[in-house]
Design a protein around this ligand. Sequence first.
Ligand code: CAA
Ligand code: NAI
Length: 246
Amino acid sequence: MRLQDKVAIVTGGGNGIGRETVLTFTREGAKVVIADFDEQAGTSVLQEVEERGGTAIFQKVNVADQESVTQLVEKTIETFGTVSILVNNAGITADAMTHKMTPESWQRVIDVNLTGVFYCTQAVLGKMVEEGKGKIINTSSVSGVYGNVGQANYAATKAGVVGMTKTWAKEYGGKGINVNAVAPGFIETAMVAKVPEKVIDKMKAIIPLKRLGSPSDIANAYLYLASDESNYVNGTVLHVDGGIMM
Ligand code: CAA
Ligand code: NAI
């Protein structure tokens, strides 16, 4: 049990990578708060966790709404007494070539993927600093590190996540808090299912491992960064992308 007695918040825990992370973390002994906007998906993951004998609760949250995030962290501490791990995993895309991108879709992606990560992190810092320990894991992307056609909004947020990760690693390392990021490549979830097939074919052709990643490939990276095995890892961006860019 690599996360025995830890309390973890997983944002976007209802679907895709987040869902797999909730199942992985509870299997490893963590008590997990499934924090998602999607109530139906969140309660279905909760049911699955309970059927497998794990411990979790579902909390409906919009990470882009500061009040909602405050309630999430209050509920976590009220239920489980602390918060040891935050996985800032919730994210959205609204892809378009830049000349066609609306200000609305620019702002929506910034609000969730960038401001949402700031709100969630800010909300857990008080408790983590008080306890003198904590693990914060952010989700960047291959798009944030190298850019990607049609993703000016998304790439800006995912590059921003790298900047915040390194800043927080410097600000809070001395308080016993490790802050790291995972930068996934193309992973088989609903987010990638929206990508035109010709683009996916191009991607597969340049990935040395010749396949898309699975949600468990990322959940296992989050697990490493959440566990004591990574206690001397701070401010890093772990690329889990099949070697798509080197
Ligand atoms: N790499 C290289 N070229 C690409 C590309 C990519 N990822 N995406 C699109 N293009 C090219 C197209 O082939 C096309 O080229 P030609 O004009 O030479 O044919 C050109 O860009 C314009 O594309 P479209 O004709 O499709 O134009 P559109 O306005 O109808 O759509 C688009 C543009 C919305 C960007 C659409 O192409 C698209 O959805 N592309 C995929 C974007 C993408 O990769 N999103 C990743 C989502 S998954 C994710 O975000 C997870 C993560 O972190 C990686
Ligand atoms: P997904 O679309 O399958 O799941 C995202 C989850 O986030 C959903 O459950 C959704 O309800 C939730 N969510 C969205 N907006 C929210 C909000 N405002 N508040 C609370 N929850 C919200 O996506 P996937 O693929 O599992 O992505 C997870 C993370 O990984 C995202 O940050 C994404 O950007 C990142 N990522 C994904 C890659 C991929 O190829 N799938 C590649 C690189 C990064």
